[in-house]
Design a protein around this ligand. Structure first.
Ligand code: GLA
Length: 384
């Protein structure tokens, strides 16, 4: 049984054991790992994520009131009324409540339901466990309402939950990746036009997620601070976003705004790297794809300054293990996971070798031992 089928079965069983009846709907949303294009989404740039084989699943049944009542595997219980503000809810419940409130304000006739939720996406590892929660609950609200709200609207509502209710000014990458990814392919997203295209992954290469076991909340101020700096630089150059800015345009900034210059240089060069990696994957030039992935990490580390001691260490180890084309931090950064592109015939030896060589650095203690797993590029959301 595939991991996502196992989660669907678990959610159905959980629902039955809590409510003594069968669920009516089952919504599944995978996590994601981003191959390249980091901190570019909120700058109208390009990103290249894949969806994981790990997912969050909600089994549900409509009720005749405005109340939502959800049991979970391992995360306690959530209960709220859609007539109250989502700020009344705490923890993971706020994501569900936020989704219901935002869909309601956009005209979806949301109603109450009861459900059971389970997930095998590692939480806090920069693998989009929160976007998966938003989208799986958005699909549940949509099914319960009996409407066919476009998936794009659900994804945009998920981003609005982060921005308006959680307080993280994140971009749209995670929600679009989790929703629209296709099995066997990465998803190239143009975050300005919201255009999506599939990029098939060459068969001889594996994607490895390297979770360092370190954790850091994204809602820390650093993420929002990076976004503000990018907006400030774009505005100073008379542009709507850094997407419209070239390296030459940045020249004048180098002396007057050193930090702004370096942040923007990351974004501008990263956008070009995404386009170049897509070209490399399509023409099977894995050596060059790997070089670009390594260059992305260096730019995130030194110009954008969103890496951290544990991410730097695991990336450096991975880059030197046989069969690795390239490795970099992935997602928001500071802690959590890195990603590597590894030749299939070496991947089995690669994983234990990296974890053996990686004790978390003393200056950034880990909450759990490092875990490496080979990712299957999986399909986005489904509802049954
Ligand atoms: C987090 C955000 C995304 C994106 C990445 C960095 O995952 O949710 O929108 O900005 O960080 O690329």
């Amino acid at each position: 049984m595939s991991p996502s089928h196992a989660m669907i079965t678990k959610a159905r069983k959980g629902f039955r054991s809590h409510f003594n009846e069968d669920p009516v709907f089952v919504s599944r949303c995978p996590g994601r790992v981003n191959l390249i294009g980091e901190h570019t989404d909120y700058n109208d740039g390009f990103v290249l994520p894949i969806a994981l084989q790990f997912s969050t699943v909600i089994a549900s049944k409509p009720v005749s009131s405005d109340d939502v009542q959800v049991h979970s595997e391992g995360f306690g219980h959530a209960q709220f009324s859609l007539s109250e503000s989502p700020q009344e809810s705490e923890g993971w419940s706020r994501y569900l409540h936020g989704m219901g409130a935002l869909l309601k304000s956009s005209g979806v006739p949301v109603k109450g339901w009861r459900g059971f939720i389970c997930s095998d996406i590692p939480a806090g590892a920069n693998l989009s466990s929160s976007a998966a929660l938003e989208i799986a609950s958005g699909l549940t609200f949509r099914s319960v309402a009996g409407v066919d709200t476009p998936l794009m609207e659900i994804a945009i509502a998920g981003q609005a939950v982060e921005n308006e209710i959680i307080g993280v000014r994140s971009g749209i990458m995670d929600q679009l990746a989790c929703t629209f990814a296709e099995a066997g392919s990465a998803l190239l997203i143009d975050c300005q036009s919201l255009g999506l295209s599939s990029v098939a992954l060459p068969k001889q290469v594996s994607v490895v997620v390297m979770d360092t076991g370190t954790r850091r909340e994204l809602s820390g101020t650093a993420y929002n601070d990076r976004r503000e700096t990018c907006e400030r630089v774009a505005a100073a150059l008379g542009a709507d976003s850094l997407r419209e800015v070239s390296l030459q345009d940045l020249g004048s900034l180098e002396v007057v705004d050193k930090i702004g210059f370096r942040r923007a240089r990351h974004v501008v060069t990263e956008n070009q790297r995404v386009v170049d990696v897509v070209h490399c994957l399509r023409s099977n030039d894995l050596m060059e794809a790997g070089n670009l992935i390594n260059a992305s990490h260096e730019s995130l580390r030194s110009d954008y300054e969103v890496s951290g001691p544990a991410l730097d260490k695991i990336v450096e180890i991975a880059q030197n293990v046989k069969g690795c084309y390239g490795a970099r931090m992935t997602g928001g950064g500071f802690a959590g996971s890195a990603v590597a592109l590894v030749e299939n015939e070496h991947v089995e030896a690669f994983c234990p070798q990296v974890s053996d060589l990686f004790p978390a650095p003393e200056e950034q203690p880990a909450e759990a031992p490092a875990t490496l797993f080979v990712v299957e590029a999986s399909a986005g959301v489904s509802v049954t």
